[in-house]
Write a protein that binds this ligand. Structure first.
Ligand SMILES: Nc1ncnc2c1ncn2[C@@H]1O[C@H](COP(=O)(O)OP(=O)(O)O)[C@@H](O)[C@H]1O
Ligand SMILES: [Mg+2]
Length: 249
């Protein structure tokens, strides 16, 4: 059964088409990595799928119950402690104060945050810790689907790896499905079951590849070989590292 189905999605900003004929399905408990060159419309597609942006054309059919979101920047409320940031969606959902506290602490532990960090404000936390708070906030409401939009791009390599492991184990333990946007093919191949490649300028999904093995069980060497094969021999990936010429002066 699919958790998310996008059919014939099209969108435009100020009369300029940024997405066209996008068809994409994510199964329940499946992690699909979405890759494509910068500016091709990945974030717009995430916003459409999550219901934040109403598409001009096409249909979004989501059968998941609750979704969480993690963005490139943690987007925390600076005046609230880590604990209150994590619990914020629960407050919106009307969860009781006591239950909020318990669930926030549980989500924090699952995101490798120490309990003493929960009383700190965002400014007192490192970049990696802030992003862990953002992940804990996304997980606190026990989502069965999570949108990730280049969540680890700003982190250094070692930290990125830890965060990827955290997502892999959380997805497995909580059984959530995910649409994971990244322009890092190594990240995509580590984290996902399947990889979907967007055309330049959002002109549809160019193609998809089911990645050998399962997230969390692939050896580094295997990941490296898969990425090298994609980049070297698979024409689907030829444009992935292009830059968006519309952004150049
Ligand atoms: N709110 C907006 N208003 C106008 N243009 C936008 C807006 N958001 C994004 N765009 C444009 O839409 C295109 C796709 O952007 P985006 O979805 O952010 O791409 P990606 O996430 O793949 O880098 C880009 O050309 C971008 O400049
Ligand atoms: Mg983006």
């Amino acid at each position: 059964m699919s958790a998310l189905q996008l059919s014939g999605i099209g969108h435009a900003y100020l009369g300029r088409t940024v997405l066209d004929h996008i068809d994409l399905t994510v199964g329940a408990g499946e992690i699909v990595a979405l890759v494509g060159p910068s500016g091709c419309g990945k974030s717009t597609l995430v916003h459409v799928a999550a219901g934040i942006v109403q598409p001009l054309r096409g249909r979004v059919s989501a059968t998941y119950v609750r979704h969480g979101m993690v963005f490139q920047e943690p987007r925390l409320m600076p005046w609230a402690t880590a604990r209150d940031n994590i619990a914020y969606p629960l407050r919106l959902a009307g969860v009781s104060r006591k239950e909020r506290r318990a669930r926030a602490e549980d989500a924090a532990a699952r995101s490798s945050l120490d309990v003493e960090d929960l009383d700190k404000f965002p400014i007192e936390l490192s970049g990696g810790m802030r992003q862990r708070v953002a992940i804990a906030r996304a997980l606190a409401n026990r989502p069965d689907f999570v949108y990730f939009d280049e969540p680890f791009t700003a982190l250094d390599v070692a930290l990125k790896r830890r965060m990827q492991d955290l997502v892999i184990s959380a997805a497995r333990d909580e059984r959530f499905g995910a649409l994971f946007v990244t322009h890092d093919l190594f990240e995509a191949v580590r984290i996902a079951h399947r990889i979907a490649v967007m055309e330049r300028r959002g002109q549809g999904i160019a193609g998809e590849r089911v990645i050998d093995g399962v997230p969390g069980a692939r050896e580094d060497r295997q990941i490296f070989e898969i990425v090298m094969r994609y980049l070297g021999e698979d024409s689907l990936f030829h444009h992935v590292n292009d830059i968006d010429e519309r952004r150049l002066p």
